[in-house]
Write a protein that binds this ligand. Structure first.
Ligand code: ZN
Ligand code: ZN
Length: 181
């Protein structure tokens, strides 16, 4: 993900948070999507964690980045990138350093706001939904057409499980701060 995209996501998160009304949950429900996207956009290409001391290549415009300690490691990209293979061409990406700091700060603020109760409730309900869908998958397993429908549903469920919970995103943000200090 390129840094411009990360910045836009970050700004959207800030805007939603700063203009939300605590007594109107619909005013901040966008955060449930925006926060995981922002977290995803700050992922190191090697370790898949929130990037620490971000570095990117000066020789390419692919915008891939890694942690300082991950430089030269195997990137988990499919397809792999031929642009940023030279680890020596990686330098500190100041823009990303700042973005990670901002991400960490906004996570801290959200975690200490009344919104956190709604986030926990949202995560809890989503977990229940996934568990129910999985149960439905394992019990209805006969008939050709049913199987096909199951297949579609199973696909949806697994992609949901891959989605990180919102409270986990906030935790990742706080952990990133620990790495900075
Ligand atoms: Zn890393
Ligand atoms: Zn690349």
């Amino acid at each position: 993900m390129d840094t411009e995209n990360c910045t836009n996501l970050y700004l959207q998160v800030c805007q939603t948070f700063l203009t939300c009304q605590y007594d109107d949950p619909s005013s901040f429900e966008d955060l449930y999507k925006l926060l995981p996207w922002l977290r995803q956009s700050l992922t190191c290409c090697v370790c898949s964690k929130v990037v620490v001391d971000p570095m990117s290549s000066t020789q390419s415009h692919c915008q891939h980045f890694v942690c300082e300690k991950c430089r030269g490691g195997k990137m988990v990209l499919r397809p792999s990138c031929s642009w940023c293979k030279d680890a020596d061409a990686f330098v500190t990406n100041e823009h990303l350093v700042m973005l990670v700091q901002c991400f960490s700060k906004i996570c801290d603020l959200i975690m200490n706001s009344p919104i956190i109760d709604y986030i926990n409730k949202y995560d809890h309900n989503r977990q229940k939904e996934v568990a129910l869908a999985m149960k439905a998958n394992s019990t209805t397993n006969e008939g050709h057409s049913k199987k096909r429908r199951n297949g579609t549903r199973r696909h949806q469920v697994s992609s949901r499980i891959l989605n990180i919970s919102v409270s986990q995103v906030l935790q990742d943000g706080l952990n990133a701060k620990k790495c900075l200090s």
